[in-house]
Ligand binder design. Structure first.
Ligand code: FAD
Length: 475
């Protein structure tokens, strides 16, 4: 295959190029995030390309928010007034193999990038636990992977992007050009504008395999000790059994890994180092009855997961190591029609133990069924004004949505997280309140100033989450 060349910089489209609004038929759809809660009926638009998008943004009377693949859990990509589907922004525009620099549109998914570039020896440098996220969504959430302690978040690998602002103008943003917009956009959850194209660096790898080391930890102290600092592994993730209590509170399985080199593969695999066996993908056939998920089934699952793993080393394909959850298509439907809330918090190292104990005890004590919880350690924060990670630990739990009582429990926990200097992840959030948000995200006041400068008076970009958090005015 021949490579395309990458242009020296993202081209800037002049404001004069904004065309009148195209005749886009109005459609309404019931939308939700990956958690299936809340569900909102939204006016949706699917612009075919940059010009149509600019026209829509410049000429509409409604507020808008971009939507990639809808893998944020709550209401970040919802807006009854207008949702811009990024599905047509799906082109790969250029690639430079010597540097790994990829130029693509923002609706391209990580899965598509991996499909094209893994066989050619390139990997996405920071990947979330699902590859079904778009480049635009990954920038807007400044996503992190299992290697944050080493590599940081998405922003560390993005050179620049092209963004449509509230006026309809398309501007190039980088560390040098419009740096304020650049850093407000990482973690900014689509509220600065619509990312249309980006140039980002892929990393080269020798094989499509990982050298994985498995360690079981009998309690929270053991797992925190094992997970802290850099142990020589580029990637690390721990699966915590959150039904365990008492002396076993926090017992977990830690999976640490490095990319395997050619010399690590048996001869048969070394002959075709990028031809890893496809991972089987069963599908949840329909939305399950809520009653199937209860503390007994979850306890059995957690117990089985812990016992299934034993200490030792193994070779695993990249897909199998990074995307455990993608193996079952539509796994969110296991939670029934009411869906789930994912609660992901970050706590600085100094307060993490105390905060994690409170959280795990809350859920073990309340018998609120959660499949395995995920623990990761983070390194230094990025400059993103609303970026989530900072040095410390992050824990995420999936909780079946049982109604306002669950939201009330989470809001109580939010206060503890804020008091301990931590925060919850906006890409997962569905019930954080404005006071706690302001305490958790000190960059929010600067974010508001930047947004006020680049968005017209009434604020073109808004989501249901932004209204709930007080980042934009509610109607
Ligand atoms: C199974 C699973 C595992 C996950 N694991 C991780 C993880 O390990 N680490 C992590 O960081 N996250 C993780 N996530 C969360 C996910 O990476 C983020 O929510 C990501 O933003 C989803 O991308 P998306 O394309 O689906 O965006 P959407 O959910 O559609 O949108 C998310 C936000 O991005 C904005 N947005 C989308 N496209 C654009 C655009 N073109 N321009 C401007 N704004 C845009 C939206 O307005 C919205 O605010 C996980 C999610 C799932 C379902």
């Amino acid at each position: 295959m021949g490579w395309w060349s990458v242009s020296a910089g993202i081209p800037r489209a002049p404001l004069e190029a904004v065309p009148p609004i195209p005749p886009v038929p109005e459609r309404r759809e019931e939308l939700s995030g990956w958690g299936l809660h809340p569900v909102e009926t939204c006016r949706v638009f699917r612009p075919e390309g940059l010009e149509e998008l600019q026209g829509l943004v410049a000429n509409t009377r409604h507020s808008l928010v971009a939507r990639g693949l809808g893998r944020s859990y709550g209401d970040a990509a919802l807006n009854p007034e207008g949702v811009l589907l990024a599905g047509r922004l799906d082109r790969l525009l250029g690639f430079e193999p010597t540097t790994g620099l990829l130029h693509c549109e923002a609706g391209v998914s990580l899965a598509e990038i991996i499909e094209v570039f893994l066989p050619r020896g390139f990997w996405f440098p920071v990947t979330p636990g699902s590859k079904h996220v778009s480049v635009g969504g990954a920038i807007a959430a400044d996503v992190h992977g299992k290697n944050h302690h080493r590599s940081g978040s998405m922003s560390a690998f993005v050179e620049d992007f092209l963004m449509v602002l509230g006026s309809g103008e398309a501007v190039a943003c980088s560390r040098e050009q419009n740096p304020e917009i650049f850093w407000a956009t990482f973690g900014g959850m689509g509220l600065t504008g619509v990312v249309v194209e980006a140039r980002l660096r892929l990393r080269s790898i020798e094989t499509a395999y990982m050298n994985v080391e498995v360690n079981r930890a009998r309690d929270l102290d053991s797992i925190l000790e094992l997970s802290q600092g850099d142990s020589g592994f580029e990637y690390a993730v721990a699966w915590i059994d959150c039904m365990a209590s008492g002396r076993s509170l926090g017992r977990s399985v830690l999976l640490r890994a490095n990319h395997a080199g050619l010399g690590d593969l048996p001869a048969a695999r070394a002959a075709a180092p990028f031809a890893a066996a496809p991972v089987l993908q069963p599908q949840v056939p329909f939305t399950m009855p809520n009653a199937l998920l209860n503390s007994w089934t979850v306890r059995a699952f957690n117990e089985g997961f812990y016992r299934f793993h034993s200490d030792g080393a193994k070779l695993q394909s990249c897909e199998a190591y990074f995307y455990v959850l993608d193996r079952v298509k539509g796994w969110n439907q296991v939670y029934g029609r009411r869906g789930l809330l994912q609660y992901q918090l970050w706590l600085p190292f100094e307060t993490a133990r105390e905060g994690l104990v409170e959280l795990l005890e809350t859920f073990a004590g309340q018998r609120r069924a959660s499949f395995l919880a995920v623990l990761k350690s983070f390194g230094p924060a990025s400059e993103g004004l609303l970026s989530f990670p900072g040095p410390g630990f992050t824990l995420s739990l999936d909780l079946p949505y049982s109604g306002p009582d669950l939201a009330a429990v989470l809001r109580r926990l939010d206060q503890g997280v804020a008091r301990r200097g931590g925060r919850v992840y906006l890409a997962k959030d569905a019930c954080l309140e404005p006071e706690c948000f302001a305490e958790m995200y000190p960059g929010a006041s600067r974010f508001r100033e930047v947004k006020a400068e680049i968005d017209p008076e009434e604020g073109r970009f808004a989501s249901s989450q932004a209204r709930r958090l007080g980042l934009v005015e509610s109607d």
